[in-house]
Design a binder for this molecule. Sequence first.
Ligand SMILES: [Zn+2]
Length: 56
Amino acid sequence: MKCRQCNEKLHVQRRCRQVRLRCSGCGREYQIHEVAADLDPETELELERFTCIIYD
Ligand SMILES: [Zn+2]
């Protein structure tokens, strides 16, 4: 899915026990719950690779 700020692709990033979506363009990070409504199937698949996601 795309960054709301610059339209670059977001990548799933795992940090400690938290998962974030990070923009490859501007570096902005999104919490999962911020973008949950907009998740596309590709991103959801990426998220599914993380077995114990914490939606904080
Ligand atoms: Zn961006």
